[in-house]
Design a protein around this ligand. Structure first.
Ligand code: PLP
Length: 396
């Protein structure tokens, strides 16, 4: 099949949910992707914050290949060693006592909704089913997760969604009390919002949310699908905020590019879930968990995390020095950075791509930069040069 026929065929055979550029990627190494014609693209998107170790990391390839040659799937009817080892490492890395494996961020949030509902039913009245999330939130596209996602455009075609969801204003402490009451069973929050525009939470806001959850006996669920696992320079983003959640949902980078996620919970929540309450055929298989073990071990290394913080500073400083009147604000934490422009970013994304740089959007006017956590200082500086050149052309 020729290059142009791939693009045409894609339009015929795929349900059209993503407008894709006319590029066919073939392979990648480190922070660089190559298309079929051999053109190189510096990757400031990491497959939407997934490829934390970059592409084709040699240690990861060796580990995953070895597990693939041994055992890939047995279902959750049986034990495998990689699953239990990864679960133990994850629960030991944070507040959680137990976890349930899933395959994606949306599934992790679906799981957390079910666990919260069951916890509330077992401990309080059947009326305690309310959920809360925040403005600009993104928790996924499946029906439960979508119910917690703020953007009207994503929700409207699929309503009615799960009822009883209140949206409180992100970073507005006053809005917490207006949207949480004794019938709330769980509040979902991203410590750093990704899709909604890259907004880091104020510490006082997350701490007030924790306090309100305690006062109303509601569970605090942190969604770290995008900001977790080293992305902020801390292993878990909420650990920067001096709060202890009741549940945490994770996915994207956990297996370095293979689909695995988890809903982690403290014992008070996990203890109410019994056989038959929830299930999943693929999740937590030995192949994805082996990939997770390797990825987690690399990222959890304090030197690795310190390097993320160092590179974040380089990137933020570099962005602040970019001489472009188009930039309204630069914000973010670690290597999850938003650059708000004074106009829609789509033409910038397209031209950057032509110039050999993959950069993402987070809403209409915000460029999102979330490279592999292994990106080098030289790659940061060449990405910044391409971005500067691109903005210059667009604003000329
Ligand atoms: N939660 C957050 C914070 C996300 O950023 C995303 C995806 O971007 C999701 C949940 C949904 O994850 P997935 O696309 O793997 O279902």
């Amino acid at each position: 099949m020729t290059h142009s026929s791939i693009h045409q065929k894609a339009e015929q055979v795929l349900v059209q949910t993503y407008p894709r550029p006319d590029i066919v990627f073939d392979h990648g190494t480190g922070s660089t992707l190559y298309d079929e014609a051999g053109k190189a693209y510096l990757d400031f998107g990491a497959g939407i914050a997934v490829n934390a170790l970059g592409h084709s990391d040699s240690g990861w390839v060796e580990y995953v290949s070895s597990q693939a040659g041994k055992l890939a799937h047995v279902s959750n009817l049986f034990h495998t060693r990689p699953q239990i080892e990864l679960a133990e490492k994850l629960v030991n890395s944070c507040f959680a006592d137990r976890l349930f494996f899933v395959n994606s961020g949306s599934e992790a949030n679906e799981t957390a909704i079910k666990f919260a509902r069951k916890w509330a039913r077992e401990n309080y009245s059947g009326e305690k089913t309310g959920l809360a999330a925040c403005t600009h939130s993104f928790h996924g596209r499946t029906c439960g997760a979508l119910s917690l996602t703020a953007k009207e455009k994503y929700r409207a075609p699929f309503e009615p969604l799960v009822p009883g969801v209140h949206f409180l204003e992100y970073n507005n402490i006053a809005s917490i009390e207006q949207n949480i009451n004794d019938n709330t069973c769980a509040v979902f929050v991203e410590p750093v919002q990704g899709e909604g525009g890259v907004y880091p939470a104020d510490p006082a806001f997350l701490q007030a949310l924790r306090k309100a959850c305690d006062e109303h006996n509601a569970l605090l669920v942190v969604d770290e699908v995008q900001c977790g696992l080293g992305r902020t320079g801390s292993l878990w983003a909420h650990q920067l905020y001096d709060i202890v959640p009741d549940m945490m949902t994770i996915a994207k980078p956990l297996a370095g590019g293979l689909p695995v996620g988890a809903a982690l919970a403290s014992e008070k929540v996990a203890g109410v879930i019994v056989p038959g309450d929830h299930g999943n055929t693929f999740a937590g298989g030995p192949l994805t968990c082996a990939a997770g073990l390797y990825t987690l071990e690399r990222i959890a290394d304090p030197d690795f995390l310190a390097a993320v913080t160092h590179k974040s500073k380089l990137l933020l400083d570099g962005l602040k020095k970019l001489s472009s009147a188009a930039i309204v604000e630069t914000r973010g934490k670690g290597l999850l950075i938003g650059v708000e422009l004074s106009f829609p970013v789509k033409p910038v994304l397209d031209l950057a791509l032509e110039n050999g740089l993959i950069v993402l959007s987070a809403g209409e006017n915000v460029l999102r930069i979330c490279p592999p956590l292994t990106i080098t200082e030289e790659e940061i500086s060449s990405g910044l040069s391409i971005l500067e050149k691109t903005l210059k052309t667009i604003t000329a």
